[in-house]
Design a protein around this ligand. Structure first.
Ligand SMILES: [Zn+2]
Length: 102
């Protein structure tokens, strides 16, 4: 696995659902959707808070943007996904601005 891909995985490991699973925080839910767990699926594909940012990702990657496997594993998705993550501001506190690979 390339560094860039590994890093995107690490970021998704810092979502509330994962942190709750390993006992780091008390609640698994999304900060914007109290009834939903903040899973990768929710953050990347469903959370209504990030509709605008997701629209840009969809425009870049087209249909592939709806595949988590593609988003996390394809070289082509590394930078578009990082732009998405940066633009949502979700991990600014944890990781700062994430550098693009090119
Ligand atoms: Zn949400």
């Amino acid at each position: 696995m390339e560094d860039g891909e590994q890093f995107n995985y690490n970021i998704c490991d810092s979502l509330n659902h994962q942190l709750h699973c390993i006992g780091k925080i008390d609640f698994p839910h999304c900060l914007f959707c109290p009834e939903k767990d903040e899973t990768m699926h929710h953050y990347l594909l469903n959370c209504p808070q990030y509709t605008r940012e997701r629209h840009i990702l969809n425009n870049t990657l087209r249909r592939q943007a709806s595949s988590i496997a593609f988003l996390l594993a394809s070289k082509k998705a590394i930078d578009p996904l990082r732009r998405f993550i940066n633009s949502t501001g979700r991990f600014k506190m944890t990781f700062g601005e994430i550098p693009l690979t090119k």
